[in-house]
Design a binder for this molecule. Sequence first.
Ligand code: GUN
Length: 282
Amino acid sequence: MAELSVLSGRKFAKEVRRNLAEKIEKISGRPPGLAVVIVGDDPASRVYVSMKEKACGRVGIVSTAVNLDESVSQEELLQEINKLNESPSVDGILCQLPLPAHISADVVASAILPEKDVDGFHPVNVGRLWRGEDGLFPCTPVGIIALLKHHNIKIDGADAVIVGRSNIVGKPMAALLLRESATVSITHSHTSDLQGLCRKADILIAAVGRPRFITREFVKPGATVIDVGINRTDDGLVGDVDFENVAPICGAITPVPGGVGPLTIAFLLSNTLKSRTNGVVS
Ligand code: GUN
C-alpha cells in the first residue's frame, strides 16, 4: 500500500492566500470588502470572526465588523443587512451562525444579495450549485475539493460517502463532488448500515460533529479521509475521526487542527475576491 499522506490544510491555505494577495494587489480601484455580522457573544463565534477578520487583513481585503446585541430583533438585523447590500464598498456579507433562537438563519440567508453571499447559503446560490452553474458556494466544501485536487486525489469515478447532511457542509459537499463526477452517498443518523456504506468509500467526508466517531471499522484501507469536525472536548480540539486509530490504514487524511479549518477561511477570502470581480478570477 502507498505511504500515508497527511493532507495539511494549513500549508495549502497559506498557498491559496498568497495567490489571492497577489491577485488583490493587481486590482485597480478599491480593494475587496467583506462585512462580517455577528449577533450576541458566543465565544466560539467570536474566535471564528476574529480569525476571518485577521485573514482578510493579511491578503488586502477590507473587513467591516457589525456587532449586534443578542437582543436585536430579526427586523433590525435585516435592516443592517440591507444597508450592507446597498453599500458599494461591500462585496461580501456573512452573518456568523449560530444565531439566537428568535432569528431565522434561513430568512437571514435569503436577505443577503446572492452576488454578495460569500457563504453560498442563499437559495439562488444553492440552486446554481445543484444545477451545475457558476455562483458562490459554501467555503468548507469548496476548500475540500480544492485540497483533493491539489493533492491529485482522483474524484472522477470515486465512491464518495459523506457523513452528515447539513446545509453548510454535507449537502453542498455532495453537490460539488457530483460535479466532479464522483458517485455520492449522503449518510446520517437514520442510515441503516452506516459502517458498511462508509467502508465502501474511496473518499470519506466526516461532518457529524461527534468527537472521534469515525474509527477504523468505517474506513476502507487506502481511502482518503476528510475530517470536518471541530469538537471541543476535555482533551482539547478533536475531529470527527479517530485520527490515531484511522491514520495507519488510510491512504490520506486531514488532521484536526490544521486540516479543513484553515481552508474554510482561505476560501471565504477567495469568494470575496470573486464577488469583487463579478465572478471573474483570473
Ligand atoms: N458557523 C459555522 N460555520 C459557519 C460558516 O461557514 N459560515 C457562517 N456564516 N457561520 C458559520
